[in-house]
Write a protein that binds this ligand. Structure first.
Ligand code: GAP
Length: 457
């Protein structure tokens, strides 16, 4: 597997991910997605939507990033959405205390530690500041991670609002509208993809933890006492989804949160953790959130958010199961999972991104062997295929170099127009993973590409 440093270099040099605001010296921990990164991100979102929205017959929402501040009061974010902040009294570097402890002892479940426990741990274990090496930490304070801003022209506290730290609350506050207008009967889910913002104390590991990121969240509303069944259903589906996208079985596992570490509103929570170079770390979370959110919004807003079940005329506040995934985390996992520097039988080497055709930025590459001889024909087919797929067209350099570049960015098929093409209406198709080449009819290209985009879930 690539190291983090190797992957950062790869992502930059091939146009997946650039440092944010680079020409101004950068802005720490911000990233811009280049031509390939933007395509990959879109493909990830489309695959998730197809699986969790289309195939499940759920519905879609696109709610605002800016919400009434009472939303965050009801959800508990105003008082509880915080991390334990500690400061080194010698060099004034700030850290998340739980992460400092976790790094020293991976067997400790930091979720079960109080601030006092963490203070004591830092002191009794003489934990050293990673920056200056001193063991001199200040008492831990609670640091709220919501980004504040002001609405309107006057910057006063009455106008203070927050950038959403999750997309989920937009779904809860629209539950009544959605249930009424979609005419969906419970159980049903609402999917939302969009930006979230968190003022993380220690962002890091490239795009793994950033302050601006995108989430793909599903809030699945169900009848009380059926939530465990739905929790297991979606927990299972999450694994199948990853496998269907070619994420290797050994590269991820499920971590079930122990009962004593669950949030007050959850009766079950699991994470899918991925094998990143720094160890298994959270890729995707699923929580059974009971009726906590809808109840809290009902209490604070005064709106009745209960549901009348026409099956048995019962009235209840629905329970919620929530799988929540970061787009960038899946993107990072996809790259670590698929990138390889391979030595070929002739001792040549190639960089290859083994990525599912569904996610591949380009679905196919079109190469005329000779620009003058086959360029016009190849570009005609390129234009035709481009009506349906993102296609790479390259007519310069040796064919070997063109293959290498296509392999490195994960193009599943390279199609070469050569001297036989004109008379036989055939081309050579080369498969990225096996490097096997075969002659096929131009008319069969569409079917070959289409077949590769069918996933087994
Ligand atoms: N609504 C539930 C929720 O937001 P979460 O565990 O805080 O739960 C869900 O976040 C997912 O969002 C995570 O599993 C991760 O994939 C992604 N995520 C969270 N914080 C992130 C960050 N700072 N940078 C990138 N992705 C993040």
């Amino acid at each position: 597997m690539y190291t983090l440093e190797e992957l950062v270099l790869y992502a930059k040099s091939y146009g997946f991910i650039y440092q944010g605001s680079e020409i101004y010296g950068g802005l720490a921990n911000t990233y811009d997605y280049g031509p390939l990164g933007a395509l990959l991100k879109n493909n990830i979102k489309s695959a998730w939507l197809k699986s969790f929205y289309v195939k499940e017959n759920n519905v879609l929402l696109d709610s605002s990033i800016l919400l009434n501040s009472l939303v965050w009061k009801a959800s508990g974010h105003t008082s509880n959405f915080s991390d334990p902040l500690t400061e080194c009294k010698s060099c004034h570097q700030r850290y998340r205390a739980d992460k400092l402890i976790e790094e020293i002892d991976k067997t400790i479940n930091v979720d079960t530690l109080s601030f006092k426990d963490m203070d004591e741990y830092l002191l009794s274990h003489k934990v050293k500041c990673p920056s200056c090496g001193e063991s001199n930490f200040d008492n831990i304070k609670s640091f709220n991670m919501m980004f504040k801003t002001y609405q309107g022209v006057v910057e006063e506290s009455a106008n203070m609002i927050f950038l959403r730290p999750e997309t989920a609350q937009g779904i809860f506050i629209n539950f009544k509208n959605i249930a009424r207008t979609s005419r969906k009967k419970i159980p049903f889910g609402v999917c939302q993809v969009g930006k979230s913002f968190r003022n993380e104390i220690t962002p890091g590991n490239f795009i793994f933890r950033t302050r601006e990121f995108e989430q793909m969240e599903l809030e699945f509303f169900c009848k009380p006492h059926t939530e465990k069944k739905w929790f297991n259903y979606y927990r299972n589906k999450m694994c199948k989804f990853l496998l269907s996208l070619g994420i290797k079985k050994d590269n991820f596992k499920i971590y079930d949160h122990p009962k004593e570490a669950l949030s007050h509103y959850s009766n079950a929570t699991s994470d899918i953790v991925f094998n990143f170079p720094w160890g298994f770390d959270e890729l995707w979370g699923i929580a059974s959130r009971t009726d906590f959110d809808l109840k809290a919004h009902q209490t604070l807003s005064g709106e009745d958010l209960s549901y009348l079940d026409s099956d048995d005329n019962s009235k209840y506040i629905p329970y919620v199961v929530e799988p929540s995934l970061g787009v960038e985390r899946l993107l990072l996992a996809t790259l670590f999972n698929g990138l390889e520097d391979e030595t070929l039988p002739n001792n040549d080497t190639r960089t290859v991104l083994h990525i599912s055709p569904v996610l591949a930025p380009y679905k196919v590459a079109i190469f005329p062997l000779n620009k003058k001889e086959q360029g016009a024909h190849a570009s005609k087919i390129f234009k035709k295929l481009s009506q349906k797929y993102s296609v790479l067209y390259d007519e310069t350099g040796s064919i070997g170099k063109r293959y290498r570049r296509a392999d490195a960015i994960g193009v599943p098929f390279c199609v070469t127009f050569d001297f036989e093409t004109k008379d036989t209406s055939t081309v050579t198709i080369r498969y990225r993973d096996t490097m096997i080449q075969e002659r096929v009819k131009i008319s069969s290209l569409n079917r070959i590409i289409e077949k590769s985009l069918i996933t087994k879930e």
